[in-house]
Write a protein that binds this ligand. Structure first.
Ligand SMILES: NC(=O)c1ccc[n+]([C@@H]2O[C@H](COP(=O)([O-])OP(=O)(O)OC[C@H]3O[C@@H](n4cnc5c(N)ncnc54)[C@H](OP(=O)(O)O)[C@@H]3O)[C@@H](O)[C@H]2O)c1
Length: 245
């Protein structure tokens, strides 16, 4: 059976699917035969992802949610289950950081938003999706962290802390999920060439990872047998773009 046939009738929920890594992941999952639930705040960007996927509206549901709000995870998983009746893959990709800001100048509202979007929402979504997947007997959840967790430059302390916590959460929950027949993994990319990374003369965009690189790693996890699912996949760019040249 080819990959698209094997995925027929399967459903993937992708947060932050409107651009960058999330869009690339959504497009490879669509090519593999999945129906999609695309989540973010910007309707136009999600519609562009749906259009690029070539899927009909019936097979690519758009859910507008601000994952900083407490009820967003329930709304999103509820919408996916109402539409499709199952969830096979959850990609916790949405993430946010303000421009680099010294800790003492960081606004409390931005600290709260990073914790909510980068950590609280993926934990809540993992719990909700895992409940549905356990009833189905299988499912895959992939969290998207960052190498900033261990080597963030100054000005990114809170972002680094949220991503380190997401890695710790994944490692700790991995075995629990496996006992329920589910796969849980975290991808830890270095710099990826997306709009999240500001243009800066010290950063060579060509040396960064591409969104396709990250999407490829996601698909390896999605397609891995349960016993061979890695708990963590680290992706390094070609060069350390922070190194002065
Ligand atoms: N780019 C990198 O170098 C890099 C490296 C390592 C890890 N990562 C991680 O990879 C993930 C994706 O990053 P990216 O570079 O693709 O970023 P991006 O291009 O800025 O895309 C982020 C996506 O997340 C959505 N999003 C942001 N805040 C949201 C919120 N409050 N509620 C719902 N959706 C929200 C955005 O849509 P809306 O704005 O429309 O809501 C957008 O679709 C993030 O978790 C990021 O931390 C990125």
């Amino acid at each position: 059976m080819s990959a698209p046939e094997a995925s027929q009738g399967r459903v993937a929920v992708i947060t932050g699917a409107g651009r960058g890594i999330g869009r690339a992941v959504a497009l490879v999952l669509a090519r593999a035969g999945y129906s999609l639930c695309l989540a973010a705040r910007s309707r136009d960007e999600l519609e562009e992802t749906r259009s690029q996927s070539g899927l009909s509206h019936e097979r690519a549901l758009i859910v507008l949610v601000d994952l900083a709000t407490e009820d967003a995870p329930d709304l999103l998983i509820g919408a996916a289950l109402d539409c499709y009746g199952r969830i096979d893959v959850l990609i916790n990709n949405a993430g946010w950081a303000p421009p680099r800001t010294p800790l003492l100048k960081m606004r409390p509202v931005d600290v709260d938003r990073m914790i909510a979007v980068n950590l609280r929402a993926p934990i809540a979504l993992t719990r909700l999706a895992a409940a549905a997947m356990t009833a189905q007997g299988a499912g895959t959840i992939v969290n998207v962290a960052s190498t900033a967790a261990s080597k963030a430059p100054s000005g990114e302390a809170v972002y680094a802390a949220t991503k380190a916590a997401l890695i710790a959460f994944t490692r700790a929950a991995f075995h629990e999920m496996r006992l329920s027949g589910l796969k849980l993994s975290v991808i830890v990319p270095g710099l990826v060439d997306t709009a999240l990374i500001p243009n800066n003369k010290r950063l060579a965009r060509a040396a960064m990872l591409s969104t396709a690189d990250v999407a490829h790693a996601v698909m390896q996890i999605v397609n891995s047998p349960a016993g061979a699912c890695p708990v963590e996949v680290m992706l390094e760019p070609q060069l350390d773009p922070e190194r002065p040249r």
